[in-house]
Ligand binder design. Structure first.
Ligand SMILES: *Cc1c(COP(=O)(O)O)cnc(C)c1O
Ligand SMILES: [Zn+2]
Length: 416
């Protein structure tokens, strides 16, 4: 059972039932799912959660009502790994990686789509759709295939080929738009008006979609032995993940399920699309849109819907926001792979490079615990690394050639 009670306007607090509505009738503010936290106290316990399935649905009581049964392709319950070798390189004491590469379609988007399509099915929809920078399209197409729904994924036409293929393979309709994500998003808002019977995961189902990100915070707490970490680094595109991770920690604390205070949250952006990092650095309350130009395509949203809320969360207790160039993103994909055996997509490079930047400028405390969210698998952005991650040498099939190459790479001594 779910303790969700309905929807609340984030701006004026007007309450609505849990229906297909995403903005307030009175002030056009965004809506958010609300819960009977008091009612959940003592019912939602560490034990009741631990007895649940090994997916995000172990936290079903704190997610929107999925109806008869959730659309569960197995999103979530991904590993939280201690990253001691990377911690040594970065000069910090306690570093953890939340390895969300390990989701059904290789990114954290499976969490939000599982929740969005469950709510969509409960509300009577039967077609899935989305505006996407790539990973959401893949996840919507996969989850729709899983329940036999048609899907319409709308993405920029110049996205990585790997992401287009990973989406098209599930058999839905994939529309490539000649424009950037902000053009795609504008188009989808118009399409929602024309096709109100389509469940656009991140438009008309957005309040439900967003709740899926809370499960990152829930899992981190549970996997740390029911304690909160001190600091969490979150990649930021629209800002939905960061704001809902913050909400997740708050709900667990309010329920008394976890020891410790709310962690300090840190954002991570690519300099080629860093409107939130810029607003944060300038002390601005509004986010000025930017035309994206970065290899971190999954984070390339120039006009982030949740921008002001991200700024509030970052400023709540001493956070910061990284802004890193593409060269450092690539370097840190390699650093993470070499030190920890985890292959991340470009967004993961953004997270690690931002982590390093904020340690170096002293906003992240090296003596306190840190969790970095690695939100997508490296196979999704293979194009970014294929030219540099390649053969050490190419040799003829002869022992002499092999030995010479091994000497060259200093695997055997060259003294002879
Ligand atoms: C979508 C996405 C994010 C974060 O997106 P928000 O819009 O800020 O919620 C982070 N990493 C990856 C890999 C993504 O695909
Ligand atoms: Zn309102």
């Amino acid at each position: 059972m779910s303790f969700a009670t309905g929807l609340l306007c984030r701006e004026c607090g007007t309450a609505y039932p849990a229906e297909a509505r995403y903005s307030c009738e009175y002030c056009f503010g965004p809506l958010e799912v609300s819960y009977d936290i008091e009612g959940a106290k003592g019912v939602v316990t560490r034990e009741s959660i631990a007895n649940g399935p090994n997916s995000i649905w172990r936290y079903g009581a704190l997610l929107p009502d999925p109806g008869v049964e959730p659309v569960d392709l197995g999103a979530g319950w991904t590993p939280l790994r201690r990253a001691s070798r990377l911690a040594d390189v970065l000069g910090v004491k306690e570093l953890w990686l939340k390895d969300d590469t390990r989701n059904p379609t290789g990114s954290f988007k499976d969490r939000v789509v599982s929740v969005a399509l469950s709510s969509a099915r409960r509300l009577g929809f039967s077609t899935a759709a989305c505006a996407s920078t790539g990973n959401l399209a893949t996840s919507v197409a996969a989850h729709a295939a899983f329940i036999g729904w048609p899907s319409v994924a709308i993405i920029p036409s110049d996205l990585e080929k790997s992401k287009v293929a990973m989406t098209a393979i599930f058999g839905g309709t994939v529309l490539g738009v000649e424009g950037n994500y902000d053009d795609v998003n504008r188009l989808c808002v118009e399409l929602v008006a024309e096709h109100p019977d389509w469940a656009f995961a991140n438009v008309n189902l957005r309040p439900y979609y967003a709740e899926g990100s809370k499960t990152l915070a829930f899992e981190i707490c549970e996997q740390l032995g029911w304690r909160t970490p001190d600091q969490v680094v979150v990649p930021v595109a629209s800002g939905s993940q960061l704001t809902k991770v913050a909400k997740g920690f708050r709900e667990f604390i309010e329920l008394g399920l976890v020891d410790g205070d709310a962690p300090v949250l840190f954002g991570a952006q690519a300099t080629g699309c860093s409107p939130i990092a810029t607003a944060f650095a300038e002390g601005a309350d509004v986010v000025t849109p930017q035309r994206p130009n970065t290899i971190a395509r999954s984070l390339a949203i120039g006009n982030p819907a949740d921008g002001p809320y991200v700024l509030d969360e970052l400023r709540a207790n001493g956070g910061d926001c990284g802004s890193v160039p593409d060269s450092e993103i690539l370097e840190c994909i390699g650093l993470l792979a070499r030190t920890e055996g985890v292959f991340a997509e470009t967004a993961g490079g953004v997270t690690i490079a931002s982590l390093r930047q904020m340690i170096n400028r002293g906003t992240i405390d090296p003596d306190k615990s840190i969790v970095a969210i690695i939100s997508g698998h490296g196979l999704k952005t293979l194009d970014a690394v294929v030219d540099t991650a390649t053969f050490s040498s190419t040799i003829s099939p002869s022992l002499a050639d092999a030995e010479e190459a091994l000497r060259f790479h200093q695997l055997v001594s060259s003294a002879s």
